[in-house]
Design a protein around this ligand. Structure first.
Ligand SMILES: [Zn+2]
Length: 211
């Protein structure tokens, strides 16, 4: 058996798709990672996939190649490594490893949820700061939180948009950025701290309505 056959015989497409983070529903469909899919339009069978919207299709190797932007040979090698395919090992090793990859995919999803929740919170804070700390006269010293709001609002809005509508690569990139050096945790703690200190909150807007 050549490499491609070995891979195709040992890793089902559905197993790989799930291991790489797709949620396949009971109709065998998932959100297509190859276009900005809002409703599951990717049909995932054990030996092939087909997207009813963008027309992407192929087998487990095509899928992996497209998902990770690899050449077919490299995609097959990735599957060999990720699923610990080895002719000398019993097939259960592959299953075991699929479980490990699934755990990683879950972790990725959890991180994505964490980023989305903290960034949504941050976005609300920035909007409040921008309104609340806006200098009322040209001579007034400019508040740090107002400056931060002006600098960060559009970036955070953009990132929230990607996390909502982006494909899996785009989302992963943002999540990875924020997870590096625990940046997202630091932001979460900072927002909690600010709230505790009531640096902002109980906002009364100059024109009279309360937030
Ligand atoms: Zn598609």
């Amino acid at each position: 058996m050549n490499l491609f056959e070995t891979v195709k015989n040992n890793v089902s497409l559905r197993e790989a798709a799930q291991a790489y983070g797709l949620e396949v529903n009971r109709h065998g469909k998932a959100l297509c990672p190859f276009h900005n899919d809002r409703h599951p339009s990717l049909y995932v069978a054990n030996d092939h996939y087909y997207c009813f919207t963008c027309g992407e299709h192929g087998d487990v190797i095509d899928f992996t190649a497209r998902l990770f932007d690899l050449k077919p040979y490299d995609a097959a090698m990735k599957l060999v490594i990720d699923f610990h395919l080895d002719p000398d090992k019993p097939p259960s090793a592959a299953a075991l490893n699929a479980k490990r990859i699934r755990t990683e995919a879950q972790k990725l999803k959890e991180n994505e949820r964490l980023c989305f929740s903290v960034l949504s919170d941050y976005y609300r804070c920035l909007e409040e700061w921008k309104a609340y700390y806006a200098p009322q006269t040209p001579d007034e010293p400019v508040h740090d939180l107002f400056v931060e709001a002006c600098h960060k609002l559009s970036q955070i809005e953009y990132e929230l948009n990607i996390l909502t509508f982006g494909d899996s690569y785009e989302r992963r990139e943002i999540v990875q950025d924020w997870m590096t050096d625990g940046e997202i945790i630091a932001l979460k703690e900072r927002l909690e701290q600010l709230r505790k200190e009531e640096t902002y909150g109980r906002i009364e807007y100059p024109n009279g309505y309360a937030a």
